[in-house]
Write a protein that binds this ligand. Structure first.
Ligand SMILES: Cc1ncc(C[n+]2csc(CCOP(=O)(O)OP(=O)(O)O)c2C)c(N)n1
Ligand code: SF4
Ligand SMILES: [Mg+2]
Length: 318
């Protein structure tokens, strides 16, 4: 991985510590207790619109990563992968190993990283266009394989970066740049799709509910297997759903997360189109199942002498 944060919209890789990290923070990542989540920020100019739900996702993941650090988890073992879209700029704003990939190709990159080094925690940040349109096949296969990867979906139900076209989760009649008369398509239900595809952890969060969001992100990252958090991330500029969501979201309580049928029932209780139905948030499904990264032919965990490897790379540059 190279050491520079790539500009917004460009594919590339960067490693922590990055050149845009706040000074004095990188060396402390693995050692100092009680990390301030803000230490995981960067100096890159933030270009998200004021009020965008992406800020909550950034803040929630910073808190979760800082708490993992405080519990002794080495943050150099975390890699984030993003697609292309407004959501993907999170790679620029987080001082963590990152790979800014291509639109729709978040999961192939994450799969390669995980299979090459199964000791890494791989967290994908993807958009509803990124993973449910152009990258849909990759999403289904990642769930089918039950890869040990987390995917946080910034589900704003619109193409934000390209200024407001409909996506697979936009409701029927959504008016945007590509559908000025309103879309004629019914939305898909990503949670239902992930459940039948084989994902082993499913949850929904909302960017106006940061405590729950942190809890779900942490839970999903700790889960062994493919975890998917559909995050209702409001795009204030092209599809402002704050008022609607604020009235209708509620947290599921007491559900049996080991039950496929119960998870399906909760998932189907809101179909992304019905403007009246309550919208469940929380953990819907959580089971154990063999994972692809355990059974991949030829896979064997191989401890690496990190210092020797770094010396070898440095020597090769002299
Ligand atoms: C291969 C490829 N196809 C299409 C595009 C154009 N493109 C860039 S971002 C985007 C949509 C982003 O929407 P989404 O994934 O929902 O992210 P958001 O901006 O809403 O966070 C598209 C179609 C591209 N850059 N590369
Ligand atoms: S266009 Fe929408 S998703 Fe993109 S930064 Fe602005 S509010 Fe957020
Ligand atoms: Mg989107």
């Amino acid at each position: 991985m190279n050491g520079s944060k790539s500009p917004s919209g460009s594919p590339g890789v960067s490693s922590s510590p990055s050149t845009t990290a706040r000074p004095g923070t990188s060396a402390s990542l693995a050692t100092s207790p009680n990390m301030n989540p803000r230490e995981l920020g960067t100096y890159t100019k933030n270009t998200w619109c004021p009020g965008c739900g992406n800020f909550s996702i950034l803040s929630a993941i910073q808190t979760v990563l800082a708490s993992m650090h405080d519990e002794g988890y080495p943050l150099e073992n975390v890699v984030i992968v993003s697609g292309i879209g407004c959501h993907a700029k999170i790679s620029d704003y987080l001082n963590i190993n990152s790979f800014y990939s291509l639109h729709g190709r978040t999961l192939p990159v994450a799969t390669g990283i995980k299979l090459a080094n199964p000791d890494l925690k791989v967290i994908c940040f993807s958009g509803d266009g990124d993973s449910l349109a152009e990258g849909l096949d990759h999403l289904i296969f990642a769930a089918k394989r039950n890869l040990d990867i987390t995917l946080i979906l910034h589900d704003n139900r619109v193409y934000g970066l390209t200024t407001g076209q409909y996506t697979p989760t936009s409701p029927l009649g959504f008016k945007g740049k590509s559908t000025p008369m309103g879309t004629e398509e019914l939305p898909m239900n990503p949670i239902e799709l992930m459940l039948v595809s084989g994902a082993t952890y499913l949850a929904r969060g909302y960017t106006h509910g940061i405590d729950l969001l942190r809890k779900l992100f942490r839970d999903a990252i700790m889960h062994k297997g493919f975890s998917f958090v559909d995050t209702l991330q409001v795009c204030v500029t092209y599809f402002n759903m704050y008022e609607t969501y604020n009235k209708r979201v509620y947290e599921v309580q007491g559900n049996d997360a080991s039950s496929f049928d119960e998870a399906m029932k909760i998932a189907r209780s809101w179909d992304y189109n019905n403007m009246e139905a309550p919208i469940p948030l929380g953990k819907f499904y959580d089971i154990d199942k063999p994972r692809f990264d355990q059974v991949f032919p030829g896979y064997e965990p191989h401890p690496v002498d990190r210092d020797a490897k770094i010396r070898e790379v440095l020597d090769s540059l002299i």
